[in-house]
Design a binder for this molecule. Structure first.
Ligand SMILES: [Zn+2]
Length: 465
């Protein structure tokens, strides 16, 4: 939080260059540079995890997207990709689900000065079309991500006290947000990051304001937070002021020269927050992989908090060998099973609009309802926790007591996923229990097998002396 240096303008007395404007305390429009905090709040409040699929659709509000050079919109997109690529519609939809705090209240909490009433901005606040920040405020917010969610004031004097700061975000949400920003690729780097020994990650984001008045590149590397802003002090726009084109090259030149000067520049230790885990998800839907998901990816996850369900996009259908159409039950010998994607019609439409073809299941042979083959079979049945029983844990050993979750499953289910009040807490092989660290409360326990069949029941946990 120490300011390394503060330099005056080229000429304090030259009015033509607005020589008396202090560039780091002047209010500027952030463009997309504050979007990481929308996603951080989304992670924190259980609205998204990095692989959550969000809709990016055409909308009048997305007309100003100077950082999206590759076309108008990109169809359904993961939260991480939406953040890195500065998509407006996904950010607005995540922000719309935030509460206590929402994005506006978050900026207030963070001490961003001069904000008008919430009504004044509407959704434009999220896409950087309203609330203005100073570079110091911007740097403070990014530093909070590196400081495990704690916002601290900048120190302009080395001997100044080191105040405790205030918590803006949880450690988990800060960590996951940095992990998302780490995957923002460096544009001038024409080689794969993994090919080099250069292991110093850069967590960064660009911003471009409406009317091309401000170009930002802000991020964290090693022990430093660095923000580059390019613009005119008189507020005049210039089409060249696009964050990724104007500010980013300078941003990385500074990083490279700091690295060149400080041999062995390393990142401060970033231990994993306690309540965080990596889960494997279907790379297409971002859901827990069902039996028919082929490609899988890992995502960061806050157990019991991050939203997730078993992928219901990939399902197996029975196809007639002869016609190639979906067969109607009862199935004859001349049929085989194939896996298809079942998209909800709104997402399918967005894929089509984005020019991304999806293989949809073939039509049914006759007028029978096309159901996935996986809809058959017997749903899992929870055996423990036992229905109607109140589980008790002793107050003296609260952190050590576990309750086992077990379900009987049909022969074709290989794995089950466990949820408490809709929050995913873990997976277990069919026939094996999952041990849950009990904490007092009333819950709904739900089990879903890898073919999407489920069972649920109530669970009460009480504390005794
Ligand atoms: Zn899937």
């Amino acid at each position: 939080m120490e300011v390394k240096a503060l330099l005056g303008s080229a000429d304090f007395f030259n009015a033509e260059i607005e020589g008396q404007v202090n560039g780091v305390t002047a209010k500027r429009s952030p463009g997309s540079a504050l979007k990481p905090f929308v996603y951080a709040l989304g992670v924190e409040q259980g609205v998204i995890h990095p692989m959550t699929l969000l809709k990016d659709s055409p909308s009048p509000m997305s007309s100003f997207e100077p950082e999206n050079f590759d076309g108008q919109f990109i169809g359904p997109v993961t939260a991480k990709e939406a953040l890195i690529r500065s998509r407006n519609i996904p950010a607005i939809s995540v922000a719309g689900k935030l509460s206590g705090p929402n994005f506006y209240e978050f900026l207030k909490m963070a001490g961003v000065s001069g904000l008008k009433s919430e009504r004044h901005y509407g959704p434009s606040l999220v896409i950087g079309g309203g609330g203005e920040v100073t570079m110091e405020e911007m740097v403070g917010l990014y530093a909070a991500l590196a400081n495990k969610g704690i916002l601290r004031p900048l120190r302009h004097v080395k001997e100044a006290a080191f105040p405790a700061g205030i918590r803006l975000l949880s450690e988990e949400a800060s960590f996951i947000t940095l992990e998302m920003l780490k995957d923002n690729p460096r544009l001038d780097q024409r080689y794969n990051k993994g090919w080099t020994s250069d292991s110093l990650p850069v967590y960064w984001k660009t911003g471009t304001s409406y009317g091309f008045r401000d170009a930002w590149s802000v991020g964290i590397f090693g022990p430093y937070v660095l923000a580059v802003w390019i613009g005119n002090f008189n507020g005049e726009g210039n089409p060249a002021f696009v964050g990724v084109r104007a500010a980013t090259p300078l941003f990385f030149q500074i990083i490279d020269s700091v690295k060149a000067q400080q041999n062995g520049l390393a990142e401060p230790m970033r231990p994993f927050p306690e309540n965080i885990t990596k889960v494997e998800v279907c790379s297409v839907s971002g859901g827990l992989p069902g039996a028919f998901c082929k490609r899988k990816k890992e995502t960061w996850f806050i157990p019991g908090r991050s939203p997730i369900k078993v992928c219901d996009i990939h399902r197996e259908v029975v196809i007639s060998d002869k016609s190639g159409l979906t067969a109607c039950p009862p199935y004859s010998d001349g049929t085989h099973a194939e896996v298809y994607e079942f998209w909800p019609s709104d997402l399918l439409k967005i894929f089509q609009q984005a020019g991304i073809p999806r293989m949809t299941p073939p039509e049914a042979e006759r007028n029978c309802s096309v159901t996935a083959a996986s809809a058959k079979g017997i749903p899992p049945k929870i055996t423990t926790p036992v229905a109607g029983l109140t589980y008790t844990i002793r107050s003296s050993s609260r952190s050590h007591e576990t309750i086992s979750f077990l379900a009987t499953t049909d022969a074709d289910a290989h794995e089950v996923f466990w949820f408490l009040n809709e929050g995913f807490i873990g997976r277990s092989k069919s026939g094996s229990p999952l041990y849950w660290s009990a904490s007092p409360g009333r819950y709904v326990v739900c089990v879903v097998d890898d073919l999407g069949r489920s069972d649920a029941r109530e669970l009460k946990v009480a504390v005794v002396q």
